[in-house]
Design a protein around this ligand. Structure first.
Ligand code: FES
Ligand code: MG
Length: 573
């Protein structure tokens, strides 16, 4: 027996307010739409022409609508803030929390009983899940899915990853600028998001590992008709979720996050997933720390051979068996009790999964790497932690000592990195600061700094890099990122000087500046360093800089932690 629906608090009753709420919404809807028995399901849609990876979600939404109708619900389009990774400046991450806050408030303020979340491009699924956790209405995600593989001159192009690779080749003189530009129109072959194991692919798959996607759906390519079939089924399920009162707070547990961390490692997913999972957990009041990622994930084998760490692309993963086939291999590492939107534990959905192409998804006995998960580094350079993704790094650099070459901003970096007289060699450690959540602001994806031209020309393809920013999930290299606290929040990264020796030892989980404690304590940051930090005077940026937390706790705003739930506000008239 379904208790009174939330939406009935608007539409029930024969007084003036009930009249107003119903009358303006009728517009052809049958009277029983307001009977209080038919769940009103919002379709929170991040479709936007300026988020090209999500533009096709209008079509997906129409299949969701059909499913909601079929199950007796009332579907309601709710366009929400959409963040496009390639266009937004200074970085889409600056608005992840704003998108989450706006979606949360629109869901709470409106007469809706449940929500289907449509996202794809990097920040969209995280922001939707943060919103759903804080409003705590029954919620289910349909990931928009990756694009099909494009090819150029007979070779597959991985979006993002090959842009980094080809542009380095131009800088290194092994590819002409004309051929580079020619590859541009081949890069994006179809609708959908990046087809590498970047942040969008990772977060779609992790939403499924968390239990918030119908198992088996994440990773379905955007143009695949099975995505629309799944969207239809998800619309129906959303109505059931309301009847069964299955909300994020009843579904998501520490075990769900364990499953997401295991999945993140096994698929070789994006480092950005760490800040996003921490932020989602923060909304749910689930205790999750950086160390959980290392403890749970770092010894998980890498089973998926996808770019940027490997060879294949997302439609290959889908045809090879998808996420469920991957998770079946690591079933013993998963939490057996963590539920999914189906009401059944995730592990129960693994029985029928199979690996159809063992080149793309490896058997547990023959992993691509044994211990592939993201490692958490600490030391006097990162007291609150920093990350490295060993699967995307060069094995010979995982233990390294080198002299720092320090840059105070990305502009400073671009101005000097290719200078012939820059004092840098293959053993140097490139340091970029002022790129954390507060400093930039928004923590942009600049950590995978391009290598100096003269070193590229001499054949160097990787160097140790250290930064308080993020890096694109499609990027690769021996990059230490998310250094916390960031320079602009008083982190010791601000005190590094060119010529200091930095020691990286991934096996020992250590990142150290080889400067005596007393000397470090006596240093103060140069004005050239601090002048690079953002100091917005108004608007969202001001609110963001004043309230954003550091990367090690998810870079959410401090006042957005936790949940308010689906409380119904006071009357508007
Ligand atoms: Fe949208 Fe890569 S740019 S997913
Ligand atoms: Mg990105």
């Amino acid at each position: 027996m379904t208790p009174r629906l939330r939406s009935a608090q608007w539409y029930g009753g024969d007084d003036r307010d009930g009249y107003i709420h119903r009358a303006w919404m009728r517009r052809g809807l049958p009277s029983d739409a307001f009977s209080g028995r038919r769940p009103h399901i919002a379709i929170a849609n991040t479709a936007s022409d300026l988020t090209p990876c999500n533009a096709h979600l209008k079509e997906v939404a129409s299949s969701v609508r059909d499913g909601v109708h079929e199950a007796g619900g009332i579907p309601l389009d709710l366009p929400v803030v959409s963040l496009g990774e390639t266009l937004l400046r200074p970085t889409a991450m600056l608005w992840r929390n704003m998108a989450a806050m706006a979606t949360e408030e629109m869901l709470r303020g409106n007469p809706v009983d449940g929500v289907v979340l449509l996202g794809g491009c990097d920040k969209t699924i995280p922001s939707l899940l943060m919103a759903a956790a804080s409003v705590d209405l029954p919620a289910v995600v349909v990931p928009g899915g990756p694009m099909l593989t494009g090819t150029f001159r007979g070779k597959a192009l991985g979006c993002g990853t090959d842009v980094w690779r080809l542009s380095e080749e131009v800088r290194g003189g092994t590819l002409s600028r004309e051929d580079f530009i020619r590859s541009e129109s081949a890069m994006i072959r179809s609708k959908g998001h990046c087809n590498t194991m970047g942040t969008a692919s990772t977060m779609g798959l992790l939403a499924e590992a968390l239990g918030t996607v119908v198992p088996g759906v994440a990773g379905t390519p955007a143009p695949d008709s099975r995505l629309l079939e799944s969207a239809h089924a998800t619309g129906k399920l959303a109505v059931d979720l309301v009847h069964e009162e299955r909300t994020p707070s009843t579904l998501l547990t520490r075990g769900s996050f364990r499953n997401a961390i295991v999945a993140l490692a096994a698929i070789g997913g994006s480092t950005n997933a760490v800040v996003h999972l921490l932020a989602i957990a923060g909304r749910l009041g689930i205790e999750l720390t950086l160390d959980d990622f290392d403890r749970i994930g770092s010894r998980v084998p890498l089973l998926v051979d996808l770019q940027p760490a490997g060879r294949f692309l997302m439609d290959d993963l889908h045809r090879a068996g998808g996420l469920l086939a991957v998770l079946r291999e690591v079933r013993d590492l998963l939490d057996p009790g963590a539920l999914t939107v189906t009401g059944r534990p995730l592990v129960e959905h693994l029985d029928d999964a199979r690996i159809w192409d063992p080149e793309v998804i490896r058997d547990r006995t023959a992993p691509l790497r044994d211990a592939a998960g993201i490692a958490v580094l600490r030391g006097n350079l990162a007291p609150d932690g920093a990350l490295i993704k060993p699967a995307a790094a060069s094995p010979h650099l995982l233990r390294h000592r080198g002299r720092a070459v320090v840059f105070d901003s990305i502009e400073d970096f671009h101005a000097r990195i290719d200078a012939p007289d820059l004092d840098v060699d293959a053993d140097s450690v490139l340091v970029l600061r002022g790129c954390g959540p507060k400093g930039y602001p928004g923590m942009p994806e600049v950590s995978n700094m391009p290598l100096p031209k003269k070193l590229l020309a001499s054949g160097v393809r990787d160097m140790v890099r250290v930064c308080d920013g993020r890096m694109s999930g499609t990027a690769y290299g021996t990059v230490v990122l998310h250094v916390a606290p960031e320079a602009a929040a008083g982190g010791p990264l601000a005190l590094v000087r060119t010529g200091d020796v930095i020691e990286l030892d991934v096996a020992a989980r250590s990142l150290r500046l080889d400067v005596p404690d007393a000397e470090l304590a006596a240093r103060i940051p140069d004005s050239a360093t601090t002048e690079g930090y953002a100091s917005p005077t108004r608007g969202w940026e001001r609110l963001y800089v004043d309230h954003v937390t550091q990367a090690d706790t998810g870079a959410d705003l401090d006042f957005l932690l936790g949940a308010t739930g689906p409380v119904v506000g006071r009357e508007s008239h």
